[in-house]
Design a protein around this ligand. Structure first.
Ligand code: NAD
Length: 483
């Protein structure tokens, strides 16, 4: 297969980066090089921002209903190229094609919701707020916005932002993950057919230099970030110091609470899918199962049996149910956590290390630890790989204390048939995306998406109504006419 050189998209056309620095992009299932991505310079970021700035005035004056027409066309093209894009995600990320399809469906959902912008963006008005005084509040775009995205959802996470940013009348610069730049390259080819005016949408590939150029650029009004927590914190602090709106979604360590009264078959199936789906590389992936009381004995063997049924291999093979992890480096990281778990004294019920030894790609098999103390490193740190930790706890209250004591708070789920336990959990647990008998509680595009504590820095979350607040300023007009 030909190795493709990834380009930037600036001012309505594809341009090759002039940066001498570039990285190889690998297919993680084979280790083959499938592309080369430039590490663009600050000057290239500036060119994209200048184009976006020039485009802003015309675009913001374009009626929302007309702006939405470009997104209708985009939605149509995403549907038309659905299978091709799903395979592209699998080729550069490794997840199964079915998982890629699911993420693409979620991406398209964001476009569909943003198409409702003429309704979503309507403001407020009050007649006779005072004597002969009418007051209204109108949502107005702010200018140029940027988004910096992670490797684990090559198309979905960029589309958490792009459709809402441009639907609201802002112009946009994307910096995709340098590990998975190929699918967004193809998406921008489709966007080129949607006839956005030059400069409305831009893409600059790269790494830290490009990110820092975004954070310090005086003409960027706001930055969205999704990635690991240390970088999210850096983005939030630096962007805020430079006077920008920032929403920075960080890493995760997600706890699944299984009560003794849960439907064990269905709950274990959902928990195992949560932990091993996308090879554990989802910010909503379960990581630690907190088995309450009797649930511990009831689920241990079931988890191992379900994990053994997983077929590891190239995600393009329809028989495969779990693909590789993203890179050789990340594989080493996951393996080092497995070793840490053993060293810490957790009981290794299923060892995924053997699978990786036989293949060229970056494979780690499903791994299950039991007798995990919540203070162990494997129960504390984000592994972002196919490793389940099972801990026994005595009560729901103890489970919630462990969850609250963890510095990250992205998502959590409870499995139970008790309405009381479910209500206690949804009301009291200290996490802001909560599942009840749902393994991966991913908010739909018409709700906000984001965690709490060390998993989220900012106040307005991604997509849904929240993103309307992020991308607009509400101008209040107080109106009086003298008679
Ligand atoms: P990452 O933090 O390494 O990279 C994310 C982005 O930041 C990339 O575009 C990268 O180029 C850039 N970047 C990396 N290091 C940087 C630095 N030092 N300075 C400036 N920019 C830098 O994250 P990743 O490995 O690509 O993605 C996995 C992480 O993302 C996991 O921690 C996962 O939990 C998290 N994630 C969170 C959510 C969420 O909704 N909270 C969603 C998806 C992924």
């Amino acid at each position: 297969m030909a190795v493709r050189n990834v380009q930037n998209y600036i001012d309505g056309r594809f341009v090759s980066s002039s940066s001498p620095k570039q990285l190889d992009v690998h297919n993680p299932a084979t280790g083959d090089v499938i592309g080369r991505v430039p590490l663009s310079t600050a000057a290239e970021v500036d060119a994209a921002v200048q184009a976006a700035k020039r485009a802003f005035d015309g675009w913001r004056r374009t009626p929302p209903v007309k702006r939405a027409q470009h997104l209708y066309k985009f939605k149509f093209l995403l549907e038309e190229h659905f299978e091709e894009l799903a395979k592209s995600i699998t080729a550069e990320h490794g997840k199964t094609v079915d998982e890629s399809r699911g993420s693409l469906r979620r991406a398209i959902e964001c476009v569909e919701v943003a198409i409702g912008i003429p309704t979503l963006m309507k403001g407020e008005a009050l007649e006779d707020a005072g004597p002969s005084i009418d007051v209204m509040a109108m949502r107005r775009p702010l200018g140029v916005f940027a988004a910096i995205t992670p490797f684990n959802f090559p198309i979905m996470v960029p589309l958490w932002f792009l459709p809402f940013a441009v639907a609201t009348g802002n112009t946009f610069v994307l910096k995709p993950s340098e590990q998975v730049p190929m699918s967004m390259q193809r998406v921008f080819e489709l966007l080129e057919q949607c006839a956005f005016p030059p400069g409305v949408i831009n893409m600059v590939n790269g790494q830290k230099e490009a990110v820092d150029a975004i954070l310090s650029h005086p003409d960027i009004k706001g930055v969205s970030f999704v990635g690991s927590s240390p970088v999210a914190k850096y983005i939030y602090e630096t962007g805020a110091q430079n006077g920008k709106r920032v929403q920075a979604l960080g890493g995760a360590k997600n706890f699944l609470v299984i009560m003794p009264d849960a439907d064990m078959e269905k709950s274990v199936a959902a928990a195992v899918e949560s932990c091993f789906g996308c090879a554990g590389e989802r910010c909503l992936a379960g990581s630690v199962i907190l088995a309450v009381g009797q649930a511990h004995e009831m689920l241990r063997e079931r988890v191992v049996e379900a994990a053994k049924k997983i077929r590891v291999g190239d995600g393009l093979d329809p028989a495969v149910t779990m693909g590789p992890v993203i890179s050789a480096k990340h594989k080493e990281r996951v393996l080092s956590y497995i070793q840490k778990g053993i060293d810490e004294g957790a009981k290794l019920l299923l060892d995924g290390r053997e699978i990786g030894k036989k293949e060229n790609g970056y494979f780690v098999g499903p791994t299950v630890f039991a007798d995990v103390d919540p203070s162990m490193v494997i129960a504390r740190e984000e592994i972002f790989g196919p490793v389940i930790c099972i801990s026994k706890v005595d009560s729901l209250e103890e489970a919630m204390r462990i969850i609250e004591g963890h510095p990250l708070g992205n998502t959590t789920s409870i499995f139970t048939s008790s309405g009381k336990a479910a209500r206690d959990f949804q009301y009291n647990v200290a996490v802001s995306m909560v599942g009840i008998n749902v393994g991966v509680p991913a908010p739909m595009a018409y709700f906000g998406f984001g965690g709490t504590r060390g998993s989220f820095f900012g106040d307005t979350k991604a997509h849904g109504q929240e993103s309307l607040n992020f991308y607009t300023d509400k101008r209040v007009i107080i109106n009086r006419w003298f008679s």
